[in-house]
Ligand binder design. Structure first.
Ligand code: GLN
Length: 287
């Protein structure tokens, strides 16, 4: 079987199961098993696909046909042009969340040359904390997660990205570890992509979401249950003029703004849209 035949077999199998963007996944799978760039496949379409390669490739296609997300099948996902290892214990990084990192890097650019301290609450595979530390080498980032299995993945990513000195991972609920007087007013930026899906909506989503950890998605009955504790963390931990930067779900901007306004310690509350034009990132400055 030629590479071109393997590709069309894969695309057909996935289309029959109603999977969108079949060709994107198929190319990624084939390049993964061949350990070659996608451009290599295009240049060698008539090459014979070795049996061992086709066997691995076809089992990946079969998993995807059962709607397993492609990031879990390949064990990795790109975020901010960096490779992150992922497994079923962590949420798969989303492109929308890159806006949160970009916004933070705009406010705290490496070019400043100042040493900054950041905190990422609910870090998952560590994508926010590690990409901030990668693109601003003057950051020290603390990052927490309630799941010890997620922290294990985040630590592996830290090793792969060579960021052991810049990022500290802590296995705790929300910001519990930091609820001590010595941490008051110590943080320049608190960034978080908390779970924000309404509990009642969790089952309405595409079947793919059902593979991801519920804990990373479920934001309680109104989807907002994590914003109050995050605002409390911002009030206690942020320095004067420090920033609280959070991802929000579609339609949550007014409710989250109100949670922040009620605190009375934040000013300049603004909302940024993602590439689909949806209000996605909320930024507030500590008075
Ligand atoms: N963006 C995710 C989704 O709706 C939700 C992530 C989250 O709850 N933080 O697919």
């Amino acid at each position: 079987m030629q590479l071109s035949e393997a590709l069309s077999w894969g695309v057909q199998s996935m289309k029959l199961s109603g999977i969108q963007d079949a060709h994107v996944d198929i190319l990624a799978f084939l390049s993964h098993v061949l350990v070659k760039e996608k451009s290599y496949i295009y240049s060698n379409l008539s090459m014979q696909c070795p049996d061992v390669v086709f066997k691995k490739f076809s089992s990946m296609v079969e998993e995807r046909v059962r709607h397993e997300p492609s990031a879990y099948i390949m064990g990795k996902r790109e975020f901010m042009s960096l490779n992150f290892m992922v497994n079923k214990n962590v949420l798969i990084p989303r492109p929308e969340t890159e806006h949160l990192v970009e916004e933070t890097l705009t406010l705290f650019p490496q070019a400043d040359g100042s040493a900054y301290v950041g905190l990422d609450i609910g870090t998952g595979c560590g994508n926010i904390a590690l990409s901030l530390a990668k693109y601003n080498r003057n950051f020290h980032i603390y990052a927490t997660d309630i799941s010890s299995k997620a922290i294990k993945v985040a630590r592996e990513n830290r090793k792969l990205l060579n960021l052991e000195k810049s990022v500290s991972f802590i296995n705790c609920n929300l910001w519990n570890y930091f609820k001590k007087e010595k941490w008051r007013g110590r943080i320049n930026v608190l960034a978080s992509n908390p779970p924000y899906v309404r509990s009642g909506q969790l089952n309405d989503f595409a079947v793919d979401l059902s593979y991801e950890p519920k804990k990373a998605l479920d934001g309680g009955a109104d989807g907002l249950s994590f914003y109050k504790p995050l605002a409390d963390a911002g009030e206690f931990l942020l320095k004067k003029n420090g920033y609280l930067i959070m991802e929000i779900g579609q339609g949550q901007e007014e409710s989250v703004k109100n949670i922040l306004r009620n605190k009375k310690v934040f000013q300049d509350i603004i909302v940024k849209k993602d590439y689909s034009g949806i209000d996605r990132i909320i930024v507030a400055r500590r008075k």
